[in-house]
Structure formats: C-alpha cells, structure tokens
Design a protein around this ligand. Structure first.
Ligand code: SAM
Length: 504
C-alpha cells in the first residue's frame, strides 16, 4: 500500500466516523448503520478524449467500472461512501458530483411552458436523501476555495437539521474573489469546446442582493439556512428552453422544496442540471475547485492542466527507473505531475525560455515546501530537475531516455505556425536521437496537426505512430500522439556525410 493510500485510509477512518455522527437521518432514509453502507453514483468531468484513461485509473484504484457518457468529458461510477476520500485523490478527474438521478431518455415537452413546468415538478420528486448525505460527508474531503460556514441541512420534507455556523471573515471573502479571478484567467485557456450553454441562475428575485445586508445581520442570531445555486449545462439543438430558464425554474422549485436560500456566489450546495440532447443528469457538486489545480503556483500563458498531464504520462505506461523528459516544459506541468505520481522514475524538465525554466523551478520549490509543511518534516526532494536547453540540440546522451512527454508550441499563443515548420522536424529528430531504440516512446500534444504529420512522415524509420487521442484544449481541437521508437539506431547527419557527429 502506498503512503498516499495509507494516509487516505487513515483520513477516511477519522473523517467518516466524525461525519457519520452528523449525517442527518431522514424519515425516508432509515438508520445510521444503513448510511454506512451507502452506495452512490459519482459523476466526474475529465479532459475530453481522456475518458478511458480516467476509467482505467478508477478501475485500478477503486475497483469500480465506469460508464462513459456520450456527453464527452464525463464518466460515471458507483462507490461505497467509504471510498469518497480516495475519489478525491484520483489524478485524472477535474470535477466531481454525486448523481441524484439520471434520465437516459427524458421526454422534454414541445412547448417552453410545459417543459419548464416539468422542471418545477421534478424538484419535488427526486431522491435527494442519499446524495445529500454524501454531500455532507464530502465536506471534509473537499478542497475549498474559501472557508465556508458550517451549515445545517434544513429540509421541509426530509427534516435534515442541525449544526452551528461560523461567521465568514473578510479575509476569506477576499480569498474567494482572488480565486474567482484566477479561475477566469485559467478557464480562458481550458474552457472545453463542446458547444454547451452554461447558466448558473436561480431567478433574479431569488438571488436578490437587496436582502443580503439584512440577511447578514440575521445570520448571527438565527439558525443557519443552507445556501444553494443551480447550474445548468445544456448541449443539444432540440430544446425549447435555454439553460438560463431551466436553472431558474428548477432552482425556484428546489428552493420551495427545501426552504434553502439562493446565493449565486457564496453557496453551500451547488445543484447541477446536466442536459445533453435527451439525456439529463441531476447532481450535487462535490468539488468547489477543479482537482486539476494541484501542482502549479507560477502560471504561464499555456499552463497545461495537471489532469491532462496525468493522462499523457499514463499513455506511455512509465516503469520504475524510467528517465522521462519534457523537452519543452513551460511551467513544468507535465514533469511535476510525473514526479509526484511516478516518483520511482526520474523526470527532466527543460525549456529554451529562461522565464519558463524559472517558473518550472518555482513550481517545484512550492511543491516541495507544501509537502514539507504537510508532512512536518524535511523532505528529500522530488525526482526532478529543471534545465534551460534547446529541444533541437539536447545535452543528453544518444539513447539515454525512456520516455518523452511534451506539449509542443501550437503556434498560436506560443511560437508561430511558420516557425513550427522548422521546429517540429528538428525536435522530432532530436527526440529520436535521445530516445532508446526499440523501447523508447513519446507522447506529444499539438494542435498544429498538419505540420506534425508532415514532420513525422519523413521519420518512419525512427518513429512509429501507435495511437492518437483527440483532445480539446481551450476550444482548440488538438491531438495527443503516442509514438514508439523503432529499433533502428540513430544515425547522425554528419555521420551520413562521413563526418564526426555531436559529442553526445
Ligand atoms: C505549449 S508550451 C508548454 C506549456 C507547458 N506544458 C506548461 O504546462 O506550461 C511550449 C513550450 O515550448 C517552449 N519552446 C519552444 N521552442 C523551444 C525550443 N526550441 N527548445 C525548448 N523549448 C522550446 C516554449 O518556450 C514553451 O514554454
């Protein structure tokens, strides 16, 4: 059992037992003992294209098989509530939610009025009880954007009561704003391109700020009421309502049902309404902040999300003692994810930009400090180095590298398409030199597929393309190529010309 696994199990033991004391027992849900054996369906968003990788990780770490939704970038799996902490340790998932109900073929009515009336009726009929218990257990594992109040589940029907609230202080509020800003900057790059309408609405009057000051003073004296919002993600052409209208009307009915208070920004419960054509899933969010925000503190213009970095690394199946190189590492997202998850390998991060190398080095330092603080002891470090180099002329011996994983300049935000025509063939050639013939592999991400295909076409003797994963990077249709190094030995250009080659 790994250290992480062991620590997770210990945390789970403590947290679950603490929580089970406060998990409300509802009229319809039975005894506390029953809640200990609760099984629920978890939904997870993952980098598009890497659904299967996430499914493999979940099978491996939790023993659960996954259903991959036709709504790309989402997977579903069943777990006992005891496994919730381990779910938060998964490396390939971005956001988590507990499924309240899934409708495989929801018959949306033809007129807007009727369709919205169905949303209102739905709120009363859904089986909320078990998902809400999971939501409450989950508060211990959730990485928070801001310190939240301890809340009472206050349900009109389900009588979920109790707990005392702490007042949110000013500093925490500021933290929330900073984080929200940070999220916006990052999401510009990371926003999935699936044509999807997203609305987080519960109706103007429900979320009215007019009452906010009054409510604030009341909060100090009155028992806390749960705050919520509804977020609707809708994809598909045939709906006669917008995501905005669905969130508003469904949100109104949720409020009536539970007597919760609508709050768009400082909410305790986020109810999700995911609609894709005729498929609809109602869920409760279990993550406030995407789990891909884990390693990086010093961001660059094209920082890759850690979940995608994990997916790329997994594609080439690292083995203990492997030397893994990212020759164009930017802020180091790939090698840093590698060093934390495959710590029995050695990772080298390099870039030709001094600023990028500095950022990568800072990210490595921050991570080391974080783990020292967490573990309360000095740490021997991570198996990683950061170097400034030119990826077309690497200071590495021929055939010394097992795996190359890199995110190449797309030629949009980073570099230019014109420069890629020289860069891509030159670095593919250099990668073939340093990569071990016969066993070496490379996983390369690019959106400049035309240029990549052209560069690769002249290198069939050293690289064999075995697999392509199509991904979505900030709305750009990109490809992750898995290449295998053929057994053919590398021949220096100069040797071909009868001269002496590079000293490496
Ligand atoms: C798409 S970015 C990589 C982003 C990185 N994955 C991250 O998470 O920050 C491509 C990187 O390639 C680097 N680069 C471009 N040409 C290079 C070269 N000839 N040698 C080394 N690095 C190069 C750029 O400086 C840039 O940091």
């Amino acid at each position: 059992m790994s250290d992480i696994q062991e620590a997770t199990n210990q945390l789970l033991d403590v947290n679950l037992h603490e929580n089970q004391r406060s998990v409300p027992v509802t009229e319809e849900s039975g005894t506390k003992e029953e809640s200990e054996h609760l099984h629920v369906t978890i939904g997870a968003t993952v980098p598009t294209g890497f659904e299967q990788t996430a499914a493999d990780e979940i099978r491996e770490k939790l023993g659960s098989s996954c259903k991959i939704s036709k709504d790309r970038g989402k997977i579903y799996f069943d777990i006992p509530v005891e496994s919730l902490a381990q779910v938060h340790c998964l490396r390939s998932v971005d956001n988590l939610f507990v499924v309240v109900e899934e409708f495989k073929d929801f018959q949306f009515k033809k007129t807007k009025e009727e369709a919205l009336k169905d949303f209102e009726d739905l709120a009363r009929k859904l089986p909320w009880s078990d998902p809400l218990k999971v939501w409450e257990v989950n508060t211990c594992f959730k990485k928070k954007k801001t310190k939240r109040k301890k809340i009472n589940l206050n349900s009109s029907k389900e009588k979920i009561v109790n707990g005392q609230g702490d007042k949110l202080d000013e500093r925490d509020n500021r933290g929330f704003i900073d984080n929200a800003l940070d999220s916006r900057i990052l999401d510009y790059y990371e926003n999935p391109a699936i044509k999807e309408e997203i609305s987080t609405l519960v109706g103007d009057d429900l979320a009215s700020s007019k009452n906010e000051t009054d409510e604030h003073s009341k909060e100090e004296t009155e028992p806390q009421v749960l705050k919520f919002r509804v977020t609707c993600n809708r994809a598909g052409e045939k709906h006669c309502f917008t995501s905005n209208e669905a969130a508003r009307d469904f949100g109104g009915a949720v409020q009536d049902h539970f007597k919760w208070k609508a709050d768009m920004t400082n909410f305790d419960v986020e109810v999700l309404l995911n609609i894709h054509d005729n498929e609809m899933v109602v869920g409760i969010a279990l993550t406030e902040e995407s789990l891909h925000r884990r390693n990086i503190t010093h961001f660059g213009p094209t920082t890759l999300r850690s979940t995608l970095a994990y997916g790329m690394l997994r594609l080439c199946a690292p083995q203990p003692t492997d030397i893994i190189v990212d020759p164009m590492c930017g802020t180091g997202a790939i090698p840093i994810e590698g060093a934390t998850e495959w710590s029995n390998c050695y990772h080298i991060a390099g870039d030709n930009s001094p600023l990028a190398v500095k950022r990568a080095a800072n990210n490595i330092s921050s991570l080391l400090t974080k783990s020292q603080v967490k573990e309360g002891k000095s740490c021997w470090g991570l198996p990683i180095d950061a170097v400034q180099w030119d990826s077309c002329n690497l200071p590495l011996r021929t055939g010394s590298v097992d795996i190359i994983v890199t995110d190449m300049p797309f030629g949009k935000r980073m570099g230019s398409k014109k420069r890629n025509w020289n860069l891509y063939p030159a670095c593919l050639r250099e990668m073939s030199r340093v990569c071990r013939p016969g066993t070496g592999r490379a996983v390369l991400l690019t959106q400049d597929k035309k240029c990549f295909a052209k560069a690769l076409s002249g290198m069939g003797h050293v690289w064999r393309k075995v697999h392509t994963v199509w991904v979505n990077i900030g709305g750009l249709h990109a490809a992750v190529y898995l290449l295998k190094r053929t057994p053919q030995a590398f021949v220096h250009c100069s040797e071909q010309d009868g001269q002496r080659g590079t000293p490496w």
